[in-house]
Ligand binder design. Structure first.
Ligand SMILES: Cc1ncc(COP(=O)(O)O)c(C=O)c1O
Length: 430
């Protein structure tokens, strides 16, 4: 496969483009570094996923995991398609609200939240998914008339990297399966009448058998709770984790197969365990947004010693995943599509860490200063993990409409951002 043709880009006479707009023109117009998102691809991803699970008797509820990409324009597109939101903090809750989502469409799943955050979330009208019994007890008095859910650690997890494996004995998330009944019993005793159950066991899973198998395990746990505590679940949330191919030659997840198998397991187990009709709920992040977005950065300068280092504006401050997990992102040069990849080089940023290597030993066209490097699959955990390390402002973000119009959705930070909120005490001003 030609790397440049990877979603959401294609090659045209003007170099690389997204939905009719040349990437170099976008870089000139909005400046760099720049995140560019295709609205077309975002809608396609949502529709493909919803369709894959549509055979579920009572439909599927999709709560988009805002942590993957919290740009309000992105959330708004998904809201228009029918998504709700999964949020992990008050900040994400407010962003979801600002994108037009009503509280009933929001699930709040925080990890080790203080009482004040849980109170805020409970009073907001969102549904709370508690990470532990202790978290529930902090706000039990506010929850009696709400639906209460607990995150279960089913004892095993799977993720592309250890850092994104979020269940199993070493995971800090959720309640172990054998302690879950106690949590629901305490919630019931506190007057709660409506319940959900949730798991989120890992991210970027391309194994098609995984989610169907975990669905079966979660429903078995749910059935033990139902019998032991005498309650019914209104929803069963299978979490996110659906993977995307970061390597151009990796096959995509067969989502139709995954959807069909999960729905089959879900309906047969609900029947077998007499669980009634809980709503099948998913909370994908990466699957919906990863391949909607590229990150553009200019080449600042090149070192040609024993190794070739191409220094760009995109470092671990703009795209953390390679430094954090050793994650792989395909790259191309926007103004040199289809040119022979005759150069082997590392693409690096400007940060003072030797983990600031975004792509190692890559075959590239003969790159020159001023060229525009394209990093693919940056829609998930890209901007949302970016930071100001080394005193560098964050990038701007743009969305391209299906009609090929570019809209700025987030302004580029300037240097004033770096001192905003800081105070130098008067005795230090002398
Ligand atoms: C609770 C929860 N739900 C959903 C997600 C989304 O996961 P993914 O992007 O793998 O779909 C995450 C990611 O960490 C999460 O923590």
């Amino acid at each position: 496969m030609i790397v440049e043709d990877k979603q959401p880009c294609n090659i045209s006479g003007n170099g690389l483009e997204i939905d009719g707009l040349s990437l170099t023109t976008l870089a000139d117009r909005f400046g760099t570094p720049l995140y560019v998102t295709s609205e077309r691809r975002l809608r396609e991803n949502y529709r493909r996923l919803a369709e894959a699970f549509s055979s579920s008797k009572d439909g599927v509820k999709i709560n988009y995991a805002v942590k993957a990409n919290s740009n309000p324009a992105v959330i708004s597109v998904l809201r228009q398609e029918g998504a709700g939101a999964d949020v992990s903090s008050i900040g994400e809750l407010l962003v979801a609200r600002s994108a037009g989502l009503s509280p009933e469409k929001i699930l709040f799943s925080a990890n080790f939240a203080p009482k004040s955050e849980l109170e805020y979330a409970a009073l907001s009208g969102a549904t709370l998914n508690f990470d532990s019994l202790d978290q529930f007890l902090k706000v039990a008095d506010l929850c009696a008339s709400s639906t209460v859910s607990f995150r279960i650690n089913p004892g095993e997890g799977k993720g592309e990297y250890p850092g994104i494996t979020t269940a199993g004995k070493d995971a800090k998330f959720g309640i172990p399966a054998d302690r879950a009944a106690e949590a629901y019993a305490r919630a019931k005793a506190a007057g709660v009448k409506k319940f959900g159950i949730h798991m989120m066991t890992g991210s970027n899973v391309l194994d098609e058998t995984y989610l169907p198998r975990m669905t079966s395990i979660l429903l078995e746990i749910a059935s033990r709770i139902c019998k032991g505590v005498a309650l019914r679940f209104d929803f069963v949330d299978l979490g996110g984790g659906l993977g995307v191919p970061y390597h151009a030659d990796q096959p995509p997840l067969d989502i139709v197969k995954v959807g069909r198998q999960v729905v089959d397991v879900f309906s047969s187990k609900c029947e077998e365990y007499e669980l009634g009709n809980p709503v099948l709920t998913l909370e994908p992040g990466r699957y919906l947004v990863a391949d909607t977005t590229v990150l553009l950065g200019r080449v600042n300068s090149i070192k040609r010693y024993e190794k070739v280092f191409i220094g760009t504006e995109v470092g671990m401050n703009q795209l953390l995943r390679p430094a954090l997990y050793g994650a792989y992102h395909e790259v191309a040069i926007a103004n040199r599509p289809g040119e022979m990849r005759s150069l082997k080089a590392d693409l690096v940023g400007q940060i003072c860490e030797n983990t600031d290597i975004l792509a190692r030993d890559r075959n590239l066209p003969p790159v020159e200063e001023g060229d525009i490097v394209v990093f693919y699959d940056c829609g998930a955990y890209g901007y949302s993990m970016s930071n100001n390390y080394n005193g560098r402002p964050r990038a701007a973000e743009v969305i391209v409409s299906p009609q090929g119009r570019a809209h700025l959705t987030r302004q580029r930070e300037d240097n004033s951002e770096l001192t905003r909120g800081t105070i130098v005490p008067s005795h230090l001003l002398r």
